[in-house]
Design a binder for this molecule. Structure first.
Ligand SMILES: [Zn+2]
Ligand SMILES: [Zn+2]
Length: 230
């Protein structure tokens, strides 16, 4: 069934934004013979560079990393130091970084212009959060800008922005079919964990599901912080 907000690939599999379809996408890449890669060397034919911009939730990131590890896949997690939604320096944040590494992930920096807070928590890789065009692809001194050449090349790039396969005006489709058939020379795939980790037929529903889960998490933190909820 075609529903607004969901894109469909050519193979008949429903391309919904769920961890189940994410697993199918990873399997498709393995079927197509792709090799998982990062930002430490220029992309080569048959490389699949999976990058996650973690904008909203470390918990969603860890759940997605567990799906990847179970599939024998690794990726690059771009984490924020200036998020209004999570605190990387909290105990929860430190646990999340440790777990992402333990699951085989690489840790990069999702930076808020113009601040770069690269320290020993991160590989020297930067991806800007909600970048303006003027600095999107500009090289960063002392680090790799994940959106600079050769890692960013529009024909070799897909993003799941707001549950639509589109980026800066270009409309695409979920790459699972092309990956399974080995049709993409190489791919830099940007995946935002929250929109796959929480259920919803459209972005609004997914965010409501995320809010419900966050309420529970906050209540636990209130209790841990000895806040009287009576
Ligand atoms: Zn798909
Ligand atoms: Zn972002």
């Amino acid at each position: 069934m075609v529903t607004p907000g969901s894109d469909h690939g050519a193979s008949g599999v429903s391309c919904d934004f769920s961890l189940e379809h994410y697993r199918e996408l990873l399997e498709a890449a393995k079927t197509g013979g792709y090799r998982f890669a990062g930002f430490d060397q220029p992309p080569e034919p048959r490389d699949l560079i999976i990058r996650h911009d973690v904008d909203l939730s470390l918990e969603a990131a860890v759940r997605m990393a567990e799906v990847e590890a179970a599939a024998g896949v690794w990726s690059t997690w771009c984490l924020m130091t200036r998020s209004v939604f999570y605190n990387l320096a909290s105990a929860e944040g430190e646990r999340a970084i440790a777990r992402l590494r333990e699951l085989g992930g690489r840790i990069a920096h999702h930076a808020v212009w113009p601040h770069i807070d690269l320290d020993d928590r991160f590989d020297p890789v930067v991806a800007w959060h909600n970048p303006d065009l003027e600095y999107l692809t500009t090289p960063v001194e002392g680090a790799t800008n994940a959106m600079s050449a050769p890692w960013y090349d529009p024909p070799h790039f897909r993003s799941d922005s707001n549950q639509h396969w589109r980026y800066r005006g270009r409309h695409d489709q979920c790459p699972h079919g092309e990956l399974a058939r080995g049709e993409l020379e190489w791919l830099h795939l940007l995946v935002h964990p929250v929109i796959w980790a929480y259920e919803g037929a459209a972005m609004g529903e997914t965010m409501e599901a995320f809010l419900t889960a966050e309420r529970t998490r906050w209540l636990e933190h209130f209790r841990a912080d000895r806040i009287d909820l009576s």
